[in-house]
Design a protein around this ligand. Structure first.
Ligand SMILES: C[S@@+](CC[C@H](N)C(=O)[O-])C[C@H]1O[C@@H](n2cnc3c(N)ncnc32)[C@H](O)[C@@H]1O
Ligand SMILES: Nc1nc2[nH]cc(C(=O)O)c2c(=O)[nH]1
Ligand code: SF4
Ligand SMILES: [Mg+2]
Length: 184
């Protein structure tokens, strides 16, 4: 059983796949408690893998976003295998802090988006998606990835992020477009 906070169909609001229709599975619970976290993820109901599959397959896409909370606390091989056998393109949003989640995500996900938090142990991903809170950005220099996305925190410091990116063009802007559009 997995503890699930919510399952919904929307557009990917952030990062490289912004605008892509996707089913979101938000796993309940996290190993961190970031000050700026914009998500209520503690509540949830227990669902079997088959119940999750029944819920997600009612939508006309096969792009899934595993998020949370921290999805790497709960994903396992049989869950990921089930999704691949059903033809899903699996994107995972992770804080990059858990060794347990590293191997499963890297082996089974088609796209790993790492939004590194303190004690991040992940050193590579498809996408590095940093929430900008004025931190020392040199800590990300050695991170290996295809895309470096920089995201304003709670849409409050967008101009500062734009200014930073114009000076450091290896980064690209990630806006939380679902919040701008007032969709989920
Ligand atoms: C709620 S987290 C869940 C996945 C995972 N725990 C993580 O942190 O990557 C989903 C995404 O929202 C971002 N996020 C959380 N709070 C935010 C905020 N106030 N402003 C901008 N992005 C935020 C996270 O950094 C992460 O990229
Ligand atoms: N539309 C939409 N896109 C998202 N991309 C990442 C999200 C998340 O909370 O992980 C999220 C979310 O909550 N909604
Ligand atoms: S790691 Fe992600 S879900 Fe957990 S508290 Fe931080 S932003 Fe929220
Ligand atoms: Mg969100």
């Amino acid at each position: 059983m997995k503890k699930i906070n919510e399952i919904f169909y929307s557009l990917q609001g952030e990062g490289y796949y912004t605008g892509t229709p996707a089913v979101f599975v938000r796993f309940s619970g996290c190993n961190l408690n970031c000050d700026f976290c914009d998500t209520e993820h503690l509540s949830g109901v227990f669902m079997s893998d088959n119940e999750i599959l029944t819920e997600i397959t009612q939508y006309p896409t096969r792009h899934i976003v595993l998020t949370g909370g921290e999805p790497t606390l709960q994903i396992d091989v049989s869950f990921m295998q089930m999704l691949k056998e059903d033809g899903w393109y699996i994107q995972i949003e992770t804080n990059g802090t858990l060794t347990s989640g590293l191997s499963i995500a890297d082996r089974w996900a088609d796209w790993v988006t790492c939004s590194p938090k303190k004690n991040c142990i992940r050193e590579k991903a498809n996408e590095l998606k940093v929430v900008y809170i004025g931190q020392d950005m040199s800590q990300y220099d050695s991170f290996v990835c295809d895309v470096r996305s920089l995201q304003p925190c709670s849409m409050l410091n967008t101009q500062e992020v734009i200014d930073y990116i114009k000076k450091h063009p290896q980064w690209r802007l990630s806006l939380q477009t679902h919040k701008m559009l007032d969709i989920r």
